[in-house]
Write a protein that binds this ligand. Structure first.
Ligand code: BGC
Length: 913
């Protein structure tokens, strides 16, 4: 889904004049015009645009051709003819077998419920990747010189070729062991960073496909590629393990050129390439990069450069059957930041404050003498004295060193490293640093920003900002816990708790479907799921490093959430055996349906005061937690089986989850409905996962409310309880208390950090204490999205924007805001596959205005607060007179309406008669 707002506005204007239905936003595998697809039945989606309310699709027709200029019947690869169906998302291609490397063009038209037919859409395309390993003509190449094994500088590779005929198109397919950055004739190939991306390299190695037609010229051309150590062989994990996936860097490069005369040629990596080292003298994800400009091979990216003193390359064999096309959005250069302030600390350090904790790097434009070595260090915070503070980075140096050539202004930025920072310290710079000399760039995966939330409380808006920046910084190549210390790993628990919020903010399907494939690939033989994916650690015989409740359950929770959010069953099909293996693993470790043999993180980082002599610390029994997640995972697996029509499994896992709940009841709940842990998390999990018979729930909610009261209306939950806490309160009629928790401004609370000046979400409720001191350096990240999971509640409850689980993917929408917390307005929107959904409300006196926008081809249930439908108007007229609005239900407090697509502005009186 891409940003076409101006286009939409123009189109909308056009539609008003012509009264048509139109098709727009054509996606193949969730991407506009993707290059490099290796799926045999790619899925196509589109959305409708109409000037009439209540527009839905009744039929569609798709045509696919391999000729851009002709959809002539003879040229068609596939046509559906007119299909009577309302399906407009995830429609599978079911035509002839798609050919490797080939580009396919497609368009679609639709019929609607008003009997109108749309014009044909614009022509879109997808291009197949290399679908068979035999299609790889390129050979893996490595350096053919002795490497400096301490610094492991970046090798560079080059190759020249000549073009004598007119080119129609050129596609480059590239991957590497380590990270690569390629260029043709000095221009970077693509605009992504950290390619080929992190994956479980020895099981799934991604390659990227690029349209490089515009980079190639007739006559002489030059290809240049630089490799970096990255995750492949650089240190990963706090233990500092190196060479996790292999010791040697390597490149696989295939350029496919198609000429206007219909012929083809290839330029591929092979024994004829040259290699040496250039200006990148060391590079490392955690520690940073050293660039010595004096060592640059000037002109090496251009044709005609003399490389006779370079070394050759070694050709090596590797198994190309593990190569997979890359679908997920790759990290790109995004926002840029100029200094908010350049100053000296009390320790006389030269520091720059960029005003935002971000993930990326700093670009420096400076001049000096040859050999000057400028050191840039990065930090998230200053200490209470105002000095540069890096203790919380643990062993990660986060330091880039730029060595000047001394020939005027030089521009530096790193290539194969990234830093998490708000502040940088500059050492060894003799000049006078000016704002124009330095820029910070945020880098993050180029997921479409789909959600927006704001309301009348500025602190909550800052919280939303912090959540979004936490997400940006930690959705780089895979979802990570943090982006700065010697960790930056794909922690499953963190990804799981944040997924729902993240899916509101950004279109997360491809990013997560890829990561889940790594999860399945790294699952142990007996089905246990490692705590970090891709897993850089060795899982021991006792499954250490895998199998924790709430972490490994990412394997069941995320696919199911993805299905609800995006309505694509394929994620369930793809992950089914992984989900099942995980639940079966727990069963194999259980006795009489009790999961008691395992090691768990528990409710990680829950509230525990220092010197806990009053026993206020909220410690929830870890096995009780595990039992809840076991039941939940079994239940999600049962639902998945049902969705996929696996009737036997549905029955088996439904029975299993019932048994797990029974065992829970016997083991952890007393006759008087007490839980063995009197903590918010224990109550929240019991209620959210429906662990108890209905008759017991009122007692448990009462205990939860009492517990919150005992903590002066503060939360005490850690990673596992926090995402569900406010949801449970709302579900059981205590939204007022949920608002209270959300709006607290002292520790522990979400707004404590906001008030303390945070610009991202902290790992700890008290990362920095009121006196300015810090939490334990062992675990104190200032950019950790887990507690940002409250964003899901803000979208769903404050703004009231929800998918209907009975018809997932926003085909049916529920708009049901719950007001409170003194807020006078909220406005949220979400770009779905069908188009933008919006829910906005504003309280003025005793009146409420609700604006909802519902995309074509969907329906919505909208809940308006009013004692009766006759008190509600829409755009000034009684809703009872509107043919577009059906009153479904009135309970004396809220009126439920059913709507089709369109924009509606409701006004209702909130006065209780
Ligand atoms: C990470 C977490 C992670 C945890 C496991 C930490 O070091 O930063 O966010 O989930 O370990 O408990």
């Amino acid at each position: 889904m891409k940003k076409h707002f101006l286009f939409i506005a123009v189109l909308a204007f056009h539609l008003c004049i012509h009264g048509q239905v139109k098709v727009e936003n054509l996606l193949c595998e969730n991407v506009i015009n993707p290059i490099g697809i290796d799926i045999t039945k790619p899925l196509m989606s589109w959305s409708l645009l109409s000037d009439k309310r209540g527009t839905s699709q009744t039929a569609y027709e798709i045509m696919v051709s391999n000729d851009m200029d002709s959809f002539d019947v003879k040229k068609l690869v596939w046509t559906t003819k007119k299909i009577f169906s309302s399906q407009s998302v995830h429609v599978p291609y079911l035509g002839a077998t798609l050919q490797s490397g080939t580009k396919y063009f497609w368009k679609v038209r639709v019929w609607d419920n008003f009997g109108r037919v749309s014009p044909w859409s614009v022509t879109s395309y997808w291009q197949m990747g290399l679908t068979n390993k035999e299609d790889w003509k390129a050979k893996w190449i490595q350096i053919a010189f002795e490497e400096d094994s301490v610094n492991r500088p970046s090798p560079i590779f080059r190759k020249e070729f000549t073009i004598t005929k007119k080119i129609k198109s050129a596609t480059a397919f590239i991957t590497s062991h380590g990270l690569y950055e390629g260029a043709i004739n000095g221009k970077k190939i693509g605009d992504a960073f950290f390619t080929p991306g992190w994956s479980s390299y020895n099981k799934r190695l991604q390659y990227q496909s690029y349209d490089v037609t515009s980079l190639i010229k007739s006559g002489g051309n030059a290809i240049g590629v630089t490799l970096g150590n990255g995750w492949y062989r650089g240190p990963v994990g706090w233990i500092g393990n190196k060479n996790i996936y292999g010791k040697e860097l390597g490149l696989l490069f295939q350029l496919q050129i198609e000429y206007s005369d219909g012929t083809k040629s290839f330029v591929t990596s092979d024994g004829s390439w040259k290699s040496t080292i250039g200006s990148i003298r060391s590079s490392d994800i955690y520690n940073g990069e050293t660039i010595d400009a004096r060592k640059e091979k000037v002109g090496w990216l251009q044709y005609g450069y003399g490389d006779s003193d370079w070394f050759g390359v070694n050709v090596k064999e590797f198994d190309n059957s593990i190569l997979v096309a890359s679908y997920k959005e790759l990290p790109k250069r995004k926002e840029s930041f100029k200094p908010l302030k350049i100053s000296r600390t009390p320790k006389n350090e030269l520091i720059v404050d960029f005003g935002q904790n971000l993930v990326g790097f700093v670009q420096l434009r400076i001049s000096g003498s040859a050999g000057d070595s400028i050191i840039i260090s990065h930090a998230e915070v200053l200490d209470k004295a105002g000095n540069f503070y890096t203790d919380n980075l643990r062993k990660a140096k986060q330091q880039n060193i730029f060595v000047l050539k001394g020939n005027g202004i030089e521009t530096f930025e790193p290539h194969f490293t990234y830093q998490g920072f708000r502040y940088v310290r500059i050492d060894n710079y003799q000049g006078d640093l000016k704002p124009e000399d330095i820029t910070a760039y945020a880098l993050y995966a180029d997921l479409e920003q789909t959600g927006s939330f704001n309301c009348s409380n500025p602190l909550l808006n800052q919280l939303q900002h912090n959540i979004q920046w936490g997400q940006k910084g930690n959705y780089l190549s895979v979802p990570t816990d943090c982006p700065q210390r010697d960790e930056r790993l794909g922690w499953t628990g963190d990804a799981q708790v944040f997924f729902r919020t993240g899916a509101f903010n950004m279109h997360s399907y491809n990013f997560f479907s890829d990561w889940l494939k790594d999860l399945a690939a790294d699952q142990t033989e007996n089905g246990s799921v490692p705590h970090t994916i891709p897993n850089p650690f060795i899982i021991g015989e006792n499954n250490d490093g895998s199998g924790s409740a709430g972490w490994s359950d990412a394997s069941t929770i995320i696919p199911w959430d993805m299905y609800l959010f995006y309505g694509n069953k394929r994620i369930l099909e793809e992950q089914y055996s992984s989900m099942k293996a995980w639940v079966d693993f727990i069963t194999s470790k259980s006795k009489n349906y009790l999961w008691v043999n395992g090691w768990h993180f528990g409710d990680w980082l829950s509230y525990i005061p220092e010197n806990d002599w009053q026993e206020k610390g909220a410690r929830t029994d870890k096995q009780l937690i595990a039992q809840c997640f076991y039941a939940h995972s079994a239940e999600l697996l049962a639902k998945t089986a049902q969705t996929l029509n696996k009737i036997d499994d549905f029955k088996m896992y439904s029975d299993l989850s019932a048994e797990i709940k029974k065992a829970y009841l016997n083991e952890y709940v007393t006759g008087n409905t007490r839980l063995i842990s009197n903590t918010q998390t224990a109550y929240v999990l019991a209620l959210h996962f429906d662990m108890l018979p209905e008759s017991m729930r009122p007692k448990i909610i009462e205990r939860l409310v009492q517990n919150i009261y005992d903590y002066n209306d503060h939360l005490t939950t850690g990673f596992l309880g926090t995402p569900y806490l406010c949801h449970v309160l709302s579900r059981f009629g205590h939204t007022d208390l949920a608002y209270k928790l959300l709006l607290q401004t002292d520790y522990p609370s979400w707004l404590y950090q906001v008030k303390a000046g945070a610009t991202t979400i902290w790992e700890r409720w008290d990362g920095q204490k009121p006196d300015g001191s810090f939490q334990d350096i062992g675990m104190n990240s200032f950019n950790h999205y887990a507690y940002g999971a409250i964003g899901d509640w803000m979208y769903r409850i404050v703004a009231g924007l929800n998918p209907n689980d009975a018809n997932p993917g926003y085909k049916e929408i529920i708009i049901k805001p719950q007001f409170g917390g003194g807020l006078t307005s909220a406005d949220a929107s979400l770009l779905t596959f069908y188009g933008r959904v919006r829910s906005a409300w504003k309280i003025e006196g005793d009146k409420i205005n609700m604006t909802v926008e519902i995309p074509c081809n969907t329906t919505a249930s909208v809940f308006v607060p009013a004692t009766t439908a006759s008190l509600i108007t829409e755009s000034g007229k009684s809703i009872l007179k509107s043919k577009d609005i059906v009153v479904k239900n009135e309970d004396g407090k809220v009126v439920e309406l059913e709507l089709g697509s369109g924009k509606y502005v409701f006004t209702a009186s909130m006065k209780q008669d």
